[in-house]
Design a protein around this ligand. Structure first.
Ligand SMILES: [Fe+2]
Length: 374
């Protein structure tokens, strides 16, 4: 731990994380729960923290940071600590989504706050979901969630209960009147309960553990379906949505192995998904609101692949040399377009260069209106 880190942490502690921070026009970073809105009463997700809306030109820019694997004072972290503010300075996003594995050792709470405050320091709202590593050290998920809630600019609802921290973020139209897009933020809760043999009634039969990562739980799939239907009923229509979570779905593996799919980006390792499919993709396909999902977790994969009309994408590993990574670190940028089931994306690298710019869905599909298709 060097002096610089101590100074910064001292500063954050004393200043409540945000003294003197620049705040984006039209937003107020309070870090506190806003009063439950009329929208929530009408069946729409509540709005917490800064109210998000499309810009007057009809765009809304999101930066995804993933897998920063921060350890306070570790010599492998300065590159990441430089990358995040540089990307924010260059892209000036309307929202940052941190998709898990932000910290990689104890003490987890101050480390998490430090990473999240890189965004808050620039007056940019943020959302955060757990990866598989965040709660492996000295703090459990509820403490980490509450720590994120204490950082100014979060758009996360108050803590409710363990295992029930998923939330939807509403982006309003450019006038700030109607919901125009939704972001589903689903945590990795861990604890695969079937990583053990079945018991008793199968005595004498071959038994096998379900190894690997925990899957999106049944509760989470039901929460997504309920939220999606609630929005449709309240508005009388679907609005375009994205989903963010840490561990890729099994469909990421199906899609990249399917010779009939189109993908853009890099696959340099296997797909670290659960072994069982708990149905989130099927639910999203049925509800027809989610255009794309964005995962982290596999540091050497950053591809996006179109699968049954839903784009399955990774973010670019943003993080530290405390863990394996063989791609230049960077961040995924997503530019939504108000009223359209279409968005642009590109990857900003640590040296300021941009790679893999594409548009959903045109860059991935054949047909009229796609002059780039070969
Ligand atoms: Fe990771």
């Amino acid at each position: 731990m060097n002096d610089k880190k101590m100074t910064r942490r001292d500063f954050l502690a004393k200043s409540g994380l945000l003294a003197g921070a620049a705040v984006l026009p039209g937003t107020t970073l309070t870090g506190k729960e806003a009063p439950v809105s009329k929208a929530k009463a009408a069946g729409l997700p509540g709005v917490y923290g800064p109210k998000l809306k499309f810009r007057p030109d009809g765009t809304f820019k999101i930066v995804q940071f993933t897998d920063t694997h921060y350890i306070i004072g570790h010599r492998g972290c300065p590159r990441m600590l430089k990358l995040l503010p540089a990307v924010l300075e260059k892209e000036k996003p309307d929202l940052v989504v941190y998709t898990g594995d932000m910290v990689f050792d104890a003490p987890a709470v101050p480390a998490l706050k430090e990473v999240l405050s890189l965004t808050a320091d620039k007056g940019i709202p943020f959302a955060y979901v757990f990866g598989n590593h965040d709660a492996e050290y000295d703090e459990k998920q509820p403490a980490l969630y509450k720590a994120a809630l204490s950082v100014n600019g979060n758009v996360m609802p108050p803590y409710e209960a363990e295992g029930k921290m998923d939330y939807a973020v509403t982006i309003h139209d450019h006038e700030g009147k109607e919901p125009a897009a939704l972001l589903y933020c689903l945590h990795y809760y861990g604890g695969n309960p079937y990583d053990r043999p079945m018991k008793d009634q199968f005595e004498g039969m071959p038994r096998r553990r379900v190894k690997g990562y925990a899957w999106i739980t049944k509760d989470q799939v039901e929460w997504y379906s309920r939220t999606s239907e609630g929005v449709k009923e309240a508005l009388g229509r679907r609005i375009p949505a994205l989903a963010f979570f840490h561990v890729p779905l099994l469909e990421y593996r199906y899609a990249i192995q399917d010779p009939d799919t189109t993908f853009i980006g890099v696959r340099r390792e296997g797909i670290g998904c659960p072994e069982l499919n708990s149905g989130l993709f099927t639910a999203m396909r049925e509800h027809e609101d989610v255009m794309a999902t964005f995962a982290g977790h596999d540091h050497d994969n950053d591809y996006a692949v179109l699968y049954h009309d839903i784009l399955l994408a990774y973010g670019r590993m943003s993080g530290s040399d405390t863990v394996y990574n063989h791609l230049p670190i960077g961040a995924r940028v997503i530019r939504l377009k108000e009223g359209k089931r279409e968005f642009d994306s590109w990857t900003d690298l640590h040296d300021g260069t941009v790679t893999d710019a594409w548009t959903y869905p045109n860059s991935f599909v054949d047909g009229p209106g796609n002059p780039d298709w070969k």
